[in-house]
Design a protein around this ligand. Structure first.
Ligand SMILES: N[C@@H](CCC(=O)N[C@@H](CS)C(=O)NCC(=O)O)C(=O)O
Length: 125
């Protein structure tokens, strides 16, 4: 990434989607080229971040990124794809990132879906 504009990523602590971005930035060595706004849930920092983003996104969710001047995006996969394009990196070749996505992250998503299905079944019973 050689352009003057430094992308900003907004990351909530302990958010599994945000963890994908953290690992990608670390493994790609982009720590100096991407600014990270890190905040905990329910903190004053979260209020500041939400106030900063609310006029730029239809719905604020995390991770979020100010990816180009005036362009804000959400969705972890879209943010990683945009950062990868800008920095000419390929996340598919990054073993730590890929291990997280295919391992703990995928397991978490499966458990989340199973939990939703069980709740629906319990509510319908
Ligand atoms: N599909 C989204 C899911 C993101 C998501 O569900 N993030 C949660 C935090 S873990 C969120 O933003 N919840 C709503 C909120 O905090 O306002 C992605 O991959 O980025």
């Amino acid at each position: 990434m050689t352009e003057a504009f430094k992308p900003i990523v907004y990351l909530k602590q302990n958010c599994p989607f945000c963890m994908k971005i953290r690992l990608f930035i670390l493994e790609a060595g982009l720590g100096a080229e991407v600014e990270t706004r890190d905040f905990g849930s329910g903190t004053p920092q979260e209020d500041t971040v939400r106030a900063e983003l609310k006029d730029h996104l239809d719905k604020v969710s995390f991770p979020a990124a100010h990816i180009q001047p005036g362009q804000f995006i959400t969705e972890s996969d879209d943010i990683i794809a945009a950062l990868a394009r800008k920095s000419d990196r390929d996340p598919a070749t990054m073993p730590i990132y890929q291990n997280y996505v295919d391992g703990p992250f995928a397991a978490l998503m499966r458990l989340w879906k199973e939990n939703m299905d069980l709740k629906k079944a319990a509510a319908a019973a």
